[in-house]
Design a protein around this ligand. Structure first.
Ligand code: PMP
Length: 439
């Protein structure tokens, strides 16, 4: 409850404060978080919360190795990226070594996911000489002018679909659970829709320059794309001379557990791969990985320069993240604890009819709530209620997807099986309470 929190930031306070109204916030009464440790957050009273939504803090909160590395770097050299220094050279090599394919051996560093998507679109434009981009419905790719233009999600902007600039073309959201085509074999049907859109663009004299999507549809609620979808779409795009961009900002870098990158789940290699969020563990860092050939196209435009992108401390922060991921086996942990969570969610679904589907893999999962398993009516108010009640149980959880009826489960990759159980037990109790109230 708010009254024992000192100086609680309520909605009322927020409106009176200097925080811009559109800035995202959650909860009726937001907990005031003061400390973090691994997958735990602590408020000003010392109360602990389990952080189930933080896909930025991949290596967990308060990691001493990262703190020490950045601290040391700030004392030694903290400057922009005009110079070549060891950490930067090491870091780009480490990123290339992690890439899903050796062809992605050129790296550009920026400060966020939005910037990385923007730069990817820019690269595609200068490389192909074409402006037109195909993106998916229900997608979010960022807030800059270009990354916002290809964002179609009504969650962030209710007018999105109707207000895209003329160079943006929108293909259907891929959702084998509730989309236009359903079931695990729906990949070919979704890909055929994109092929038709691309043909229409050819006929209109605007051949596709780039196709962009998340290889696991994070913003859709953690939807794993049906087999064969991306290989068919990438083939259609490349046949026409376009390039394929994979936005791995949410789902990439080990979070999916059994694969390092979402594109591996689809068995494809993009021409441009975009990564951010977990890359810097909340230190501002984003990267674009592409082929030398595509990167060279940018040189015709002059130089690329981002003052803080790849600056000394950012490179060191990025290296520390990769070191910790490797030394603590965090991708492996995502696979093991993710499988455990999936099994527990599947069991919950047998007892709670509101659980319509469980999406995702590893430590990127979505628990979708429906009022009816036949009509799939989204249980929107119930989802919000569950999130609020979970907070009372000390679990931080938020809703996602266009319909706001999916719990987004994307914790730090340090999540233990014991903490996963604590969360699922709390969810079970909250769903029991919900059912007894509505019975
Ligand atoms: N792409 C995807 C898929 C994202 O989820 C986000 C952020 N939610 C972005 C891009 C933009 O990243 P950032 O907030 O770091 O600018």
């Amino acid at each position: 409850p708010a009254d024992w929190l000192p100086d609680a930031v309520t909605e009322r306070h927020r409106h009176e404060s200097a925080m811009a109204g559109a800035a995202e916030r959650y909860y009726e009464v937001a907990p005031q978080i003061e400390r973090g440790w691994r997958e735990l957050l602590f408020d000003g009273t010392g109360r602990a919360y389990l952080d189930l939504v933080n896909n930025v803090a991949g290596i967990g909160h308060g990691h001493p190795r990262m703190a020490d590395a950045v601290h040391e770097q700030l004392l030694t050299l903290n400057t922009n990226s005009r110079f070549l220094y060891r950490a930067l050279a090491d870091y780009v090599e480490r990123l290339v070594a992690l890439a899903p394919d050796p062809s992605l051996d050129a790296v550009l560093l920026v400060n966020s996911g939005s910037e990385a998507v923007d730069l990817a679109l820019h690269l595609a434009r200068v490389h192909t000489g074409r402006n037109d981009v195909v993106t998916l419905r229900e997608a979010y790719h960022g807030w800059t002018i270009a990354s916002d233009a290809v964002s179609t999600s009504a969650y962030d902007n209710p007018h999105a679909a109707a207000t895209r600039p003329e160079w943006v073309h929108v293909a259907d959201a891929v959702n084998p659970y509730r989309g236009r085509h359903r079931g695990p074999d729906s990949g070919a049907a979704y890909a055929a829709d994109v092929e038709r859109l691309l043909t229409a663009l050819d006929e209109a004299g605007r051949p596709v320059g780039a196709f962009l999507c998340e290889p696991v549809f994070g913003n859709g609620g953690g939807i794993v794309l049906p087999d064969g979808y991306l290989s068919a779409v990438y083939e259609s795009v490349r046949r026409r001379g376009g390039v394929c961009i994979a936005d791995e900002v949410q789902v990439g870098l080990g979070r999916l557990g059994h694969v390092m990158w979402g594109v591996e789940q689809q068995g494809v290699v993009p021409d441009i791969l975009v990564v951010a969020k977990a890359l810097g563990n909340a230190y501002p860092l984003g990267a674009v990985l592409t082929t030398r050939e595509i990167a060279a196209s940018l040189e015709h435009e002059g130089m690329f320069f981002s003052s803080a992108g790849g600056a000394t401390a950012s490179a060191v922060a990025g290296l520390a993240v990769l070191d910790v991921m490797r030394d603590e086996g965090l991708q492996h942990n995502a696979a093991v604890v993710g499988d455990h969570l999936a099994a527990r969610f599947a069991e919950l679904a047998t007892r709670h009819p509101i659980v319509g589907a469980v999406h995702g893999t590893g430590l990127y999962q979505g628990v979708e709530f429906v009022r009816d398993r036949v009509t799939l009516e989204p249980a929107v108010e119930e989802t919000e209620w569950v999130c609020e009640r979970l907070l009372d149980h000390g679990v931080i959880m938020q809703s996602t997807s266009e319909r706001r009826n999916v719990l987004k489960v994307k914790p730090p990759l340090t999540l233990t099986a014991a903490h996963a159980d604590l969360f699922v037990d709390a969810l079970d109790a909250v769903l029991n309470e919900l059912e007894s109230r509505t019975a």
